[in-house]
Design a protein around this ligand. Sequence first.
Ligand code: MCA
Ligand code: AMP
Length: 504
Amino acid sequence: MNPLADALITPLASQNNTVLIRHDHKEISGIELYLLTSQIANVLKDSGVEPGHRVAMQTEKTVEALALYLGCLRAGALFLPLNTAYTPAEMKYFIDNAEPTVVVCDPKSEAALSEFTKPRGLKLLTLDSFGKGSLNDQILKAGTTFTNVARVPDDLAAILYTSGTTGRSKGAMLSHENLLSNANSLCEAWHFNSDDILLHSLPIFHVHGLFVAINVLMKAQGKIIFLPKFNVDQILEFLPKANSMMGVPTFYTRLLSDGRFTRNLTKHMRLFVSGSAPLLSETHRAFETRTGHRILERYGMTETTMNTSNPYDGERRAGTVGFPLPGVEARITDEKTGAILKSNEIGILEVRGPNVFKGYWRMPEKTKTEFREDGFFITGDIAQIDSEGYVAIVGRAKDLIISGGFNVYPKEIEIKIDALEGVMESAVIGAPHPDFGEAVIAVVVCAKGKITTAEKIQSALKVNLSNFKCPKAIFFLEGLPRNTMGKVQKNELRKQYEKTFHKK
Ligand code: MCA
Ligand code: AMP
């Protein structure tokens, strides 16, 4: 038994029909993809990967990268996908923390990454955006049969890093059961079956693109139009071939701002799903007015995969994330006392179910503080459940910015800004942004008698920090607003700078 491989990968072996359609229109059959996963599982085994070992990947989105995920499942390894925007300095932390046996990277970052993979004796393989590189060289020489490594539902399948309020990233450990139970629930909830063709333009290094989109379509044995990234022209080109799409709100606002995205173009579509960040009610309404489709919004987290979803058949209510998925329990508690609140009361959202992760990698103490004694996981999202059971996310207790679906924890950036020459302190906040929903801005106080500039700060940050985390605007103040306890009043700053990205 290998729960995920049995459910998602084994059926490919007898699928002669197309399962993936690439951006260049090349079609890949189930059998071809299955063969590739066998070869990759053999490459991993020959590279010393044993069950439970980690395999890290920071590459562009290719069929080979997807097959690496599937090959890891078959080999009993833990897949560790990493954002392509991470700089080598950021990558070093993940590699030190997760200690993968194999790291697969883009050839462009091979030299930088080998500086720390080599001394640690880790195997570094490359995979470029055309699927070529040293991983592919080994694939070509590898055996084409592989017997899946046996796994039980509680065994880990993946580690996905999520940043934290302390600025240190934590690896969320997800088991076979976590991922499979969610894929099963979503297939049922969203009526996916083998007739479906999903337009896939999300990255595959996060839960949304990988475990929601890929696992669900593979479980349903549907087809995936597998695009390297979100690009409006490409979406418009492939929409007529698809019947469903999943995306972050930025995808939908970008499509709406293009006149070619019409009711006619979307009339054959069965489903549009949104998640990872709040979908504004105005976007929900504008989408319906333009296309006649009501976007189905759902809610999840790296630690839990999907928790709630608006109904497929019932009312998809704008501004809500629907009902808990089958098997998932949700409740609202008082942030300070932990007391369970009644319907319509606002508090912290807690969830429990087979989807909830096994804890943070090598952080047992941190894991403990995020769970209640009765097994509920404290999400850190502020929510409300109405008398009909609809969950609405109304805010966040955690200091988190979600920009275009990517999470940014202010602390990580504040630490970096505060360490710069001429800076006394800083506060990093999110400001409403027409494209990204929220964008990162920094408010900086210069050190006494010293002066620095926004340009200096930007260029210093860009050396080691992912682009999406770098502030899109920097402001200077004489001092940060604080309450009587000395805590920085970020709400005041958010109000002061809320119009930063307003369209003129
Ligand atoms: C790119 N940039 C960004 C972002 N993406 N800045 C802030 N936020 C971003 N998300 C930077 C670029 O580096 C560039 O910087 C500038 O902004 C303009 O980039 P642009 O070309 O417009 O961006 P893009 O390449 O088109 O990407 C935008 C995107 C992408 C398509 C929205 O960010 C994306 O695919 N987001 C999806 C994220 C996602 O999958 N999240 C799911 C997480 P410069 O000008 O300096 O070069 S999973 C999750 O949250 C949970 C579990 C859930 O519920 O799903
Ligand atoms: P991550 O840790 O990257 O998985 O991000 C999870 C966070 O994204 C959640 O805790 C929420 O704050 C947010 N999120 C995901 N989906 C939604 C949604 N539909 N509406 C509002 N926030 C969301």
